[in-house]
Design a protein around this ligand. Sequence first.
Ligand code: HEC
Ligand code: HEC
Ligand code: HEC
Ligand code: HEC
Ligand code: HEC
Ligand code: HEC
Ligand code: HEC
Ligand code: HEC
Length: 453
Amino acid sequence: MPAQEQADCVGCHEKKTPGIVAQWRSSKHGELEIDCLYCHGAESSDLDAFEHQGATVAVIVSPKDCAECHQDEFDQQKGSHHAKAGQILGSLDNLLGELVGGQPAVNAGCRQCHGSEVRVDDSGRPTADTWPNTGMGRINPDGSRGSCSACHTRHEFSKAQARQPEGCGKCHLGPDHPQIEVWNESKHGVLYHANREKLNLDSDPWRAGQEYFSGPTCASCHMSAAGDQESTHDVGARISWTLRPPVSVKLNMLVFEDHSKQDITGDEPQLPEAGAMLDDGQGGQKKVTRVLTWKDRRSNMQQVCTMCHAGSFVAGAYDQFDQVVLLYNDKFARPAASIIDELHKAGRITAVDFDDPIEWTWWELWHHEGRRARHGASMQGPDYTWWHGMYEVAKHFYEKFIPQVIEVAGEEQAKLLLEKYVYSQPGHLWHRDGYSDEVREKIRQFYQERYKQ
Ligand code: HEC
Ligand code: HEC
Ligand code: HEC
Ligand code: HEC
Ligand code: HEC
Ligand code: HEC
Ligand code: HEC
Ligand code: HEC
C-alpha cells in the first residue's frame, strides 16, 4: 500500500456509495482486507492522480495495478488478442464507424467493447468521451492494455462470475459474432441452463469432467483448467483458425521474453525456434521464448473436449467444422474477393469503400453471414451454421452479388469474371446450367411420396 495517512475511505463511502462498499465486503479482497487504497492509491507523478479527502488517488485501476498482486494473469493477458482489441483504427470496421456513422456512436458503441484510449484532463480525471469504459483492449494512461473488470465486474472481482457465459456475452453476440447465441442453442448451452446449480462454479480448481461434468461454458473451453492443462488468461491459446477475416487462415503464435505476442498465419509457415532473436522493429532485438503452432493450440482445446468426450467423437466434430470453413473460403469468399479486386482495378467501382452497393453486399457476406456460418460450425450451433449462416451466404451471393457484378461490369465483362472465378467450380454450375433431369426427378418423387403433390 502506498505510504500515506489512512483516510476513512470505507467509513465515508459506506454512506455515499453503499453499493460499492457492499460489493467489496462480499469479495475475496474485502475478506482479506485488501482495501480501497491498495487499488486506488496513486503516486502524485501519475498522470491520473488527484487529491481526494487527504489522499492521493486515481479512479482508473489498470491491469498494471492489479499485476502488483496478480502478475501471472497480467503476463498471460498481455499481447493476447483481447489486449489488442483497442487497436482498431486502421480497420474497415472503423471507417464504417467513424465516417459512415459518427464519433459519438464509436464512443458509446465500438469502444465499449473494444476499449477506448482513456485520456485524463489537467486535474487527473478521465474525460467524458473516453470514460466510463471497460472495453477489452482499453488503452490506459500508464500504457497498459486492457481492463480486468471487463470480465471480473467490480467490486466483487469474482472468478465464479467470470466463469459464467453472460459476461462474455456482453461483447460476443449480434449479427457479426453471435458466440453466445450459438452456444445457447448448442447442447452445451442447453446443459448449462439445465444444470447450472450443479456446476460448482466456486470450486478451486475447476476442471472440466472433474469438478463438473455438464454444460461447458465459454471459460471452460477457452480459459479454465482441464486435466493437467492450467488455466490461461490468453483466450487465443486454444484457437487454431481465425474466423474473422474475409478468408479464414490458421494462426500460429510467437511468445516473446517480455510476454508480448505475434501471429504468423498459414498451415505450414517457416517459424523461428524458441530462443531465436528477432528484430523488434525499433532497432533492437527480442527473444522468442515459446512457439505455439496452430496444431499445438488445437490440441490444447481438444484436451479440454476429451475430458468429457472420446477422441474419435472430437475428431469428427473438428472435421465437420473444418469442412464448413473450407466450403465458405473456397466456394464463396475467394471468388467474391477476387471479383471485387478486379472491379477495383478496372475502375468499375471507386477506391472509396461503402459508396457502391456491391461493397455493402460483399461486406455483409463475409463480416456477417460468413462469420455466422463459421462460428456456428465451430461451437455446435446448427441453426447458425445453416439458416443464419451458409443459407444467407448463398442467397446473397447468387441473388445480390452476382446481379450487382453484372450491373457494374456490364454483361460482357461480367461473363468473363463469372466464368473465371465462379463457374470454374462444379459446385456453382447449377446456377448457370440449371438442375439436371436427375435432380429434378428426385425432387418430384420426394414431394409425391411425402405430401402426395
Ligand atoms: C468524507 C467522505 C469521503 C472519504 C473519506 C473518501 N471519499 Fe471517495 N468519494 C466521496 C464522494 C462523495 C465521492 C463522489 C464524488 C462525486 O460524486 O463526484 C467520492 C468519489 C471517489 C472516487 C471516484 C472519483 C471519480 O471522479 O469518479 C474514488 C475512486 C474514491 N472516491 C475513492 C476513495 C478512496 C480510495 C478513499 C480513501 C483514501 C476515499 N475515496 C475517501 C467521499 C469520500
Ligand atoms: C481490487 C481493486 C479494487 C479495490 C480494492 C477497490 N476498487 Fe474501486 N475500482 C476498481 C476498479 C478496477 C474500478 C474501475 C476503474 C477502471 O475501470 O479502471 C473501480 C472504480 C471505482 C469507483 C468509480 C466507479 C463508479 O462506479 O463510480 C469508485 C467510486 C470506487 N472504485 C471506489 C472504491 C472504494 C470506496 C473502495 C473501497 C471500499 C474501492 N473502490 C476498492 C478496483 C478496486
Ligand atoms: C494488494 C494485492 C491485490 C491487488 C492490488 C489485487 N488483488 Fe486480486 N486478490 C488478491 C488476493 C490476495 C486474492 C486471494 C488469493 C487469490 O485468489 O489469488 C485475490 C483474489 C482475486 C480474484 C479471485 C477471487 C475469487 O473469486 O476467488 C480475482 C478475480 C482478483 N483477485 C482480481 C483482481 C483484479 C481484477 C485486480 C485489479 C483491479 C486485483 N485483483 C487487485 C490480491 C490483490
Ligand atoms: C458488442 C460489442 C462490439 C461492438 C459494439 C463492436 N465490436 Fe468489433 N468485435 C467485437 C468482438 C467480440 C469481436 C471478435 C469477434 C470474433 O472473434 O469472432 C470483434 C471484432 C472486430 C474486428 C476484427 C479484429 C480482428 O482481429 O480481426 C474489428 C476490426 C472490429 N471488431 C472493429 C469494430 C468497430 C470499428 C466497431 C464499431 C464501428 C465495432 N468493432 C463494434 C465486439 C464488438
Ligand atoms: C476474458 C475475461 C477475463 C478477463 C479480461 C480477466 N479475467 Fe481473470 N479470470 C477469468 C476467468 C474465466 C477466471 C476463472 C478461470 C478458471 O476457471 O480457473 C479468472 C480467474 C482469475 C483469477 C483467479 C486465479 C486463480 O487461480 O484462482 C485472478 C486472480 C484473475 N482472474 C485476475 C485477473 C486480472 C488481474 C485480470 C486483468 C489483467 C483479469 N483477471 C482479466 C476471466 C477473465
Ligand atoms: C465446447 C467448447 C467451447 C465452448 C463452450 C465455447 N467455445 Fe468458443 N470456440 C470453440 C472452438 C473449438 C473454436 C474454434 C477453435 C479453432 O479455431 O480451432 C471456438 C472459437 C471461438 C472464437 C473465435 C472466433 C473467430 O472469429 O475466430 C471466439 C471469439 C469464441 N470461440 C468465443 C466463445 C464464447 C464467447 C463462448 C461462450 C458464449 C464460447 N466461445 C464457448 C470451443 C468452445
Ligand atoms: C468487453 C468485451 C469482451 C468481453 C467481455 C469478452 N470479449 Fe472476447 N473478444 C473481444 C474482442 C473485441 C475480441 C477481438 C479482439 C481482436 O482480435 O482485436 C475478442 C476476441 C476473443 C477471442 C479470439 C481470440 C484470438 O486469439 O483469436 C476469444 C476466443 C474470446 N474473445 C473469448 C472470450 C471469452 C471466453 C470471454 C469471457 C470469459 C470473452 N471473450 C469476453 C471482446 C470481449
Ligand atoms: C464438461 C464436459 C464437456 C466438455 C468440456 C465438452 N463437451 Fe461436448 N458435450 C458434453 C455433453 C454432456 C454433451 C451432450 C451429449 C448428448 O448429446 O447427450 C455434449 C455434446 C457435444 C456434441 C453433440 C452436439 C449435438 O447437438 O448432438 C458435440 C459435437 C460436442 N459436444 C463437441 C465438443 C467439443 C468439440 C468439445 C471441445 C471443444 C466439447 N464438446 C467439450 C460435454 C462436454
